[in-house]
Each structure stands twice: as structure tokens, then as C-alpha cells.
Design a protein around this ligand. Structure first.
Ligand code: 5GP
Length: 347
């Protein structure tokens, strides 16, 4: 046994220090970024915020709504090849397909389905290889296999939280590594297993490792407000993935429930009992669910929420004098704090 004594930090432990700036208005801030990916040499431009590949968040309706504003969606993995074809045909703008990733697990059956989707939809350029624990040798081997099979696709893979594993995934074929174990809004991994890594420190350490190899990272999970999104970018994330913050919207397609005069929508983790009963016929004997099922207030169309997040992010950039999102990290100084917002009028 060994203890690492330096304190690891989450979003709640820091604030961003304001800096003198020549920017007159937040309208002068550009949130668009262009990335070139290490394995494919392809590039992508857009606002690097993405919807998580979860039920009621990573839906096709979400993908269309977010792509219209330049954002990205990792589609939930349970869509069939036929549904992908219908989605692709329904898009008013074919360029929006560059703002969607097809998600896959790593079983042979998952990869066979991936093949069917990509054969029918060759215009899709992003693959999201998603497992709860990205530390397994089998995962690494499957990334290498997918890289070999699709030399021109951009592969996002995760999740991990430490630099050495980011390097391993990049060297095995991933272009972008997804970072986060345990911070999610409906995640119970830390409670069930005692395993995890505070997200801000994970981003700082993993971004450093990835950028050294010309790779990118996605900060996945743990954002509770636009300020956290700004902190994630400030810490060095290239992309930020959101689940809970994008739950409860029309585009998620969840049933709207009425409870005590309030309109609510169900939201659940992809390793929750709800998800396992839906897709795997229940929770297998040897495992525990590592996700929660909750209800969140119904929030209408996602466009308003997205605008709110982008507004907050633009404002964060103005406070530190970053004219472009790209400059936010180098203009960020975090201060460690023992308080965040004033809760006096919180519900
Ligand atoms: P959020 O933005 O809601 O805080 O986090 C979203 C992320 O939580 C997802 O992208 C995914 O990585 C993670 N996640 C989703 N479902 C589950 C689950 O059932 N268990 C765990 N441990 N993590 C989950």
C-alpha cells in the first residue's frame, strides 16, 4: 500500500482569478476551436462542448439541436444501423454529421454493429469507444483493432484519469481520450468501489500527458454549472462532455411526468439498474449497479440551456482576457477556495 499525499482537486475547490483585460464585451469572444487529430491528420472546427452518450441526452434530436449551434453529441450506443440511416437522411445540413460520434462498446458484437453503421454512413467521422474502466488490456487491444480497421476515423476513447494511461490509449490508436472516473451526476462508482479521481486534477494531469503527444482530452462528467465548464477548459480540457446539465430537455425524448404540479423527466446512469434492465435483462449476478436513477425538472428546448452555458463561458473568457476559448487555459490562474456561491436563496 502507498499513499500519494498531494491533494487532488475538484471543481468545487477552486475559482478562476480575474485578470486585467482589453476585451470590451463578451460578444468579442470566440468559442470555436479547430483541432487536428494525431492519427488521422483530419481537422474539426466547432464549439467543443458535447452531449454525453447517455439515454435521454445523447439522442439524435439532441445531436441536431446542438449541431445547429456548433456543439457536438456522442450518440447513445443503442441506436440501430437503420436508425442511423434515417437520422442522417433527416438532417437539413449534412455538415452536422461532423458534430456526431457513433458510440460503441468493445465486445465483438458491438464492433460488428459499428461496422454496419459506418458502412452505411461513411460520412460519420467520429467513433466513441466507451467503457467504464479504460484501464483494461482488452480495451487497449480493441482500440488498436478499431484504429487499424478505420485509419481515417477520429477515435475518442475512455475513460481514464491518469497521464500514463492517456498516453497508452493515444499510442494505441485513440485521437482523443475521455477523462473521468466517478464525478458524474448519476454515477455511484466512488461510493460502490472507492475508486475515483477529483476531476479538476484529472484534467490538469491528463491534458498535460495528451498534449505532449499531440492528442486531445475530453473532460467527462462532474460539471454542475457553466462555471464548472469554464473551469474544465481553464484546466486544459479540449472538449467538455455533459450529461446531467443537458438532461430534462425536449430533445432527450424522456417521458414528462407530473408530480405535485411539477413537470419532471427521468434521467439515469448507463450502469444503473434502470439501464441494465432495459438493455441487459437486469443486473448480472456478479456485479453491482454503478449508476443512479433520478428525476430532473423538465426544462424545455435545449437551445436555451446551450445558450446559457455558452454565455457563461464567454463571460469567463472576458474576465481573464481570453479573446478565444483556445487562450483560456494559459490565462487561467486557479485560486484554492473554501467557498463557492452564496446559497442563501437556494431552494
Ligand atoms: P455528468 O455530466 O452527468 O456529471 O456526467 C456524465 C458522465 O457520467 C457520462 O458521460 C459518463 O461518463 C458517466 N456516467 C453515465 N452513466 C453512468 C453510470 O451509470 N455510472 C457511472 N459510474 N458513470 C456514468
Amino acid at each position: 500500500m502507498r499513499i500519494e499525499a498531494d491533494l487532488k482537486l475538484g471543481f468545487k475547490d477552486v475559482l478562476i482569478r480575474p485578470k486585467r483585460s482589453t476585451l470590451g464585451s463578451r460578444s468579442q469572444v470566440s468559442l470555436e476551436r479547430t483541432f487536428k487529430f494525431r492519427h488521422t491528420g483530419r481537422s474539426w472546427s466547432g464549439v467543443p462542448i458535447m452531449a454525453a452518450n447517455m439515454d435521454n441526452v445523447g439522442t439524435f434530436a439532441m445531436a441536431a439541436a446542438l449541431a445547429a449551434q456548433g456543439l457536438f453529441t456522442a450518440a447513445r450506443k443503442h441506436y440501430t444501423p437503420e436508425e442511423w440511416t434515417a437520422f442522417s437522411a433527416s438532417l437539413p445540413n449534412k455538415g452536422w454529421l461532423a458534430h456526431v460520434a457513433v458510440s460503441t462498446g468493445i465486445l465483438e458484437s458491438d464492433l460488428a454493429k459499428l461496422d454496419q453503421v459506418l458502412t452505411r454512413q461513411p460520412d460519420l467521422s467520429f467513433i466513441c469507444m466507451d467503457v467504464a474502466n479504460g484501464y483494461s488490456e482488452y480495451f487497449v487491444a480493441q482500440i488498436a483493432k478499431v484504429r487499424q480497421r478505420y485509419p481515417d476515423k477520429i477515435i475518442m476513447a475512455g475513460n481514464v484519469v491518469t497521464g500514463e494511461m492517456v498516453e497508452q490509449l493515444l499510442l494505441s490508436g485513440a485521437d482523443i481520450v475521455k477523462v473521468g472516473i466517478g464525478p458524474g451526476s448519476v454515477c455511484t462508482t466512488r461510493v460502490k468501489t472507492g475508486v475515483g479521481y477529483p476531476q479538476l486534477s484529472a484534467i490538469i494531469e491528463c491534458a498535460d500527458a495528451a498534449h505532449g503527444l499531440s492528442g486531445q482530452i475530453i473532460s467527462d462528467g462532474g460539471c454542475t454549472c457553466a462555471g464548472d465548464v469554464a473551469k474544465a477548459f481553464g484546466a486544459g480540457a479540449d472538449f467538455v462532455m455533459l450529461g446531467g446539465m443537458l438532461a430534462g430537455h425536449d430533445e432527450g425524448g424522456g417521458e414528462i411526468l407530473e408530480q405535485d404540479g411539477q413537470r419532471l423527466v427521468q434521467f439515469y446512469g448507463m450502469s444503473s439498474r434502470t439501464a441494465m434492465e432495459k438493455y441487459s435483462g437486469g443486473v448480472a449476478e456478479y456485479r453491482a449497479s454503478e449508476g443512479k436513477t433520478v428525476v430532473v425538472p423538465y426544462r424545455g428546448p435545449v437551445a436555451d440551456t446551450a445558450r446559457d452555458i455558452l454565455g457563461g463561458l464567454r463571460s469567463a473568457c472576458t474576465y481573464v482576457g481570453a479573446a478565444q476559448l483556445k487562450e483560456l487555459t494559459k490565462r487561467t490562474t486557479f485560486i484554492r477556495v473554501a467557498e463557492q456561491h452564496n446559497p442563501i436563496f437556494d431552494a
